[in-house]
Structures are given as C-alpha cells and as structure tokens.
Design a protein around this ligand. Structure first.
Ligand code: TLP
Length: 363
C-alpha cells in the first residue's frame, strides 16, 4: 500500500502501547456479560457521553443499524440527510434489517435545519408511514467532516419532541467534533436518545464501536446485537485497544485537524483543483478536479505513493490520521500537481481511462 495512506482514518494500526494493553487485557465471555475489559469500556463510554449504558459492537454499521431497529418497526419512516452514512454507505441495511422507509433531506455540507425537518413531516393519517426517527451525523463524512452546530442539533431535537420522534446520532467521528469545538461528548450527546461512536476511526483502535442510551433502550439493543451476530466472546482483547485509544488518543486529533487544513491550503493553490480550505473543519478533506476523472487521479497518485479515495466522478477524499505525519502531508500537494501534469500530457491521455483490472475503488 502507498506510503502516504489518506484513504481513511480506519486504516490506522495499533501502536506498540495499544498492543501491550490488548495483550494484557483481562477477558471473559461477553455474551454472558462477564468480560471485565468490555464492561470497563462500556462503563467508561456511557459516562463520557452522559448516558445510562453503552453496548460494545464490532462496527459502526452495526451500532447504527441496531439503533434503527431499536427505535422502529417495519414500515416506519426514518428521516436522514441525503448523504448520511446510514443511508449512503450501509449496503441498504435500513431496508433489509429494519424494513424502514428512508425520507431524505438535502443538507448543506451534510447539515439540514429544524425548518427543513418541519417541512417534510406529514400529518398523522393512515395514508402515511409512521415517522419514528431522525438521524444526524456529526461530523458528517460526505459533508467533508463538517461539524453540526450544537444550536442546530438542539433546534432539531425540539421539533422531534413536539412530534414524538426519536433522535439518533451517528457519531463515528464525534471525537473530532469535540476536539475542534471544545464542546464535550456529553453535551453533544444530550439531545439524542441514542448515539453511536467508533473507536476504529480517528482514535486508532483496531476494532469496534459503541451504542449509548438509556438502560431500557440498551437492553433492546443487546437483543438485536445478538440477533445480528454481534455477540462476541473474549472481546476484551479488542475492547482494551478501544479503551486505550479513548484515554490516550482524543487530544491528538488536533494534529489530524491541523494536517487536514495544511493539505487543503496546499491543494487550493493548484490549478485544476477546486477546494475552499475554510470548509475543512476536522480531518476530512474533500476536493474536486476540473476535468480529470477522480479515479484517474487516484491511479496516478498511487504510482507516486499517495492513496486517496475517489468519491464521485470528479470528487476525491483524503482523511488525515494517526499514521500520517505533518511532513508527509506537506508533500501531498506537489504530488497531486505532478499527477495532474502527467495526466494532462498528451502521451498520458490513455491513463485517464482506468483499466478495470486496476480495481480503483470508488466510494
Ligand atoms: N466510514 C468509512 C466508509 O464506510 C466510507 C470511511 O472510510 O469513512 N458512520 C460514519 C460517519 C462513517 O464514516 C463510517 C465508516 C461508519 C459509520 C461505519 O463504520 P464501520 O466501518 O465501522 O462499519
């Protein structure tokens, strides 16, 4: 894999200290509820987010989908931003696992407002599905790591209360929002019935996510976690990595935020690249090419030792992370410029069409 890997913050590998914590973890059988390290992690996360209980699960997709199932019955409607991870990147799971209808609101950089929400609510009437749940995402992945303002969340929560709707947060990268704003996890979590957080993204743990909420909701969540195959046994080994990451890697997210800004500023100076560095608030940098296909640029950059993702015909994503240093990030704009130069030259025009066997992933 490329030396400078900016495909995602999920690519991080455990540090030596994290591995040591994992190797020394006390374990039990978590399905019986007696893995001390999983229990310690759940207690720690619930407290940090100011909720009664937490449930540890293998992935962010599972925590989100269990939350959907906890709050709904088949045929219900849920409301999400149009590019929400739950809708966009979870394999159609809302339909397959919960049997719910997704009503989408197009936001700006992943953010919609309380009036936008009011605008899509229908009257209670047998013609309409029952609307049960609103889901928000903070930070918003396809919104470019954008931070949801607390006031926006609180206004949306008020509409939910008025209409008896539950509110779920996909907080896979909530840590990044907290680091950037200084707002605590508990304060951000307060308006929500359930919050999903991930340890395997910016925090750098190898595996796992948690769902937090009230005791009753978490009891129901444990049932669906088991049903979906997420009841793990000596999970303390991986939970120890998550606990270590929570205690030691939240503060360092400022490095990823600063590196993302440096990258965005460098990219904004390149002819043929469109990005406004002001839009970059956390560790995700989304930029566009003017005419070169995103997959072609990804292919060229791979040859130069930089890995990014194509996330649209002309859109690319870079995510700064624990494995990428400031020095490396500073090299990327020049490499992007060189790659664009190669692709623009007549001889290299054929490179614009990426042969299918190159398997450049596009997200
Ligand atoms: N996102 C991944 C890919 O799926 C796109 C990434 O590289 O960013 N919520 C949000 C906001 C996420 O960004 C992700 C992962 C998830 C949930 C799902 O987490 P996992 O991968 O643990 O199922």
């Amino acid at each position: 894999m490329s030396a400078i890997d900016l495909r995602s913050d999920t690519i991080t590998k455990p540090t030596a200290a994290m591995r040591e914590a994992m190797a020394n973890a006390e374990v039990g059988d978590d399905v019986f509820g007696d893995d001390p390290t999983v229990n310690a992690l759940e207690t720690y996360v619930a407290k940090l987010l100011g909720k009664e209980e937490a449930v540890y699960m293998p992935s962010g997709t599972m925590t989100n989908q269990v939350a959907l199932r906890v709050h709904t019955e088949p045929g219900d409607e849920i409301i999400l931003e149009s590019q929400a991870h739950i809708y966009y990147y979870e394999g159609g799971a809302p339909a397959a696992l919960s049997g719910v209808m997704c009503r989408l609101i197009e936001g700006k950089k992943g953010i919609f407002t309380a009036p936008d929400l009011r605008g899509v609510l229908h009257p209670e009437n047998i013609h309409f599905p029952k609307t049960k749940l609103v889901c928000l995402e903070n930070t918003h992945n396809r919104g470019g790591g954008s931070i949801l303002p607390l006031s926006n969340i609180q206004e949306i929560a008020l509409v939910c209360q008025e209409h008896n709707l539950k509110l779920h947060l996909d907080g896979a990268r909530l840590w990044n929002a907290c680091e950037a704003t200084g707002i605590s996890e508990a304060e951000y979590a307060k308006p929500f019935d359930t919050v999903s957080v991930c340890f395997s993204k910016g925090l750098g743990a190898p595996v796992g996510s948690a769902l937090v909420g009230s005791k009753d909701l978490m009891e129901r969540a444990r049932r669906f976690r088991k049903m979906y195959g997420g009841g793990m046994r000596q999970a303390g080994i991986i939970a120890a990595g998550a606990l270590y990451a929570l205690k030691h890697h939240r503060e360092r997210l400022s490095e990823d935020r600063i590196n993302a800004k440096i990258l965005a500023e460098g990219l904004s100076a390149i002819e043929g690249i469109k990005i406004n560095p002001e839009d970059v608030q956390t560790n995700i940098v989304i930029f566009e090419t003017e005419d070169i296909p995103a997959t072609a640029l990804v292919g060229k950059l791979e040859e130069k030792g930089v890995a990014l993702l194509a996330i649209g015909a002309n859109k690319l994503r870079a995510v700064t992370n624990l494995m990428v240093t400031r020095e490396q990030v500073e090299k990327v704009p020049a490499l992007v410029e060189a790659a664009l130069g190669d692709l623009a030259s007549g001889e290299a025009l054929r490179d614009r069409a990426i042969p299918t066997d190159r398997k450049i992933q596009s997200y």
